[in-house]
Ligand binder design. Structure first.
Ligand code: ZN
Length: 356
């Protein structure tokens, strides 16, 4: 029997509202000035005589004002006692530095992988796109004009959209149990979307704060990037997705985008299936040596421009790299220094089909 996915709430919080979704858990929805997505969900968990904030929003004056409204009007004047960020992306960490200043003495809790990556990117703040990034895109099949576009759009400078990532933090690791107010929350680590993404599961409330790891309506971005060109983010993602099948089917999932939902195992299965289908389509399209840009229409039906094209390319590269690592595709560098991919020609013995 396949469980279906349901959305138990018939409304969403207004800007600056903290809407109750479970005992001691509130939903805050912030606007998002990023391409493709117009909102992010953030969470407040009652923490004794105060609150724990989970994820924080991008650094903008509007979001700061909305947070101010939440702090002064929505949560009974009780202070924030701790900030947890699920992962390093600026829509999650951008306001963490400000909240930790707004409530002096409180700590930022993250995994080591996410905190150190956020801190590194914030400090890096390069004025120009570095050569290894341009080279990564050249090898991936971007032509001279596309490379010029990447150059002129500049490096993603984290300082523009994030307060300084706090210099000290509290570490969360796989399996840790964190007490927040009345309840224990277990840390589950997801990978592939970011290095060491923290999800928080509360068995007593049967609530999972899933961050970007499991989203109900969109597939989390899984991209291969210039900082780890031989990585296998899709392999990491699919492996870490399996753990969510062990949660109770009635678990209320609080995702960072879209709406809260029930049916985490079904959604994990759908996401795994979504990627399996795309890997199959890629294999079918690569009978001959093919550069990455030629497979973009196989994966994306819409016209891709600018930043969207870069995101789509990193997603396509993650799928191609997955196939290279598991042996279902081959990769070679052509005379122009561009990677070409081809479906592996080896036949799979019939006895092996159907096994993992
Ligand atoms: Zn993210």
């Amino acid at each position: 029997m396949t469980q279906t996915i349901t959305f138990p709430f018939d409304r969403r919080p207004e800007p600056g509202e903290a809407m109750p979704v479970a005992e001691g858990v509130r939903w805050v929805r912030m606007p998002m000035p990023l391409a493709g997505l117009d909102h992010i969900n953030l969470w407040l968990v009652e923490d004794g005589d105060g609150w724990t904030v989970v994820d924080t929003g991008v650094k903008t004056d509007q979001i700061q004002e909305l947070w101010e409204n939440v702090f002064t009007r929505e949560i009974g004047g009780k202070p924030v006692k701790r900030v947890i960020c699920t992962h390093f992306h600026i829509d999650h960490t951008g306001m963490a530095g400000w909240i930790t200043q707004r409530f002096p003495g409180i700590e930022l809790w993250m995994t080591f992988g996410e905190w150190s990556f956020a801190r590194m990117l914030w400090l890096e703040a390069l004025p120009e796109v570095p050569e290894h990034v341009l080279e990564f895109y050249r090898r991936s099949g971007f032509g001279a004009e596309a490379i010029e576009q990447i150059k002129s759009s500049g490096y993603a400078n984290m300082q523009k959209q994030s307060w300084e990532v706090p210099r000290a933090f509290r570490r969360m690791t796989e399996g840790d149990v964190i007490r927040i107010g009345q309840h224990d929350w277990k840390i589950m680590i997801g990978r592939g979307h970011s290095p060491e993404h923290a999800c928080l599961y509360c068995p007593a409330l049967n609530v999972l704060i899933s961050g970007d790891q499991v989203l109900p309506r969109i597939s989390p971005h899984i991209g291969l990037h210039a900082n780890e060109p031989e990585g296998n983010p899709l392999g990491l993602y699919l492996n870490s997705l399996k753990q969510f099948n062990s949660l109770p089917s009635e678990t209320l999932v609080l995702p960072a985008h879209n709406d809260p939902f029930v049916g985490v195992g079904a959604r994990a299965d759908q996401l795994a299936h979504h990627h399996a289908v795309r890997l199959g389509l890629l294999g079918a399209a690569m009978e001959d040596w093919t550069p990455m840009p030629d497979v973009l229409p196989v994966l994306f039906r819409r016209q891709l421009e600018g930043f969207q094209r870069i995101m789509a390319s990193s997603e396509a590269l993650a799928h191609l790299q997955y196939m290279v690592v598991d042996g279902t595709a081959q990769r070679r560098l052509d005379a122009d220094g561009v990677y070409q991919f081809r479906r592996a020609t080896t036949e799979i013995p019939p006895a092996e089909i159907g096994h993992e």
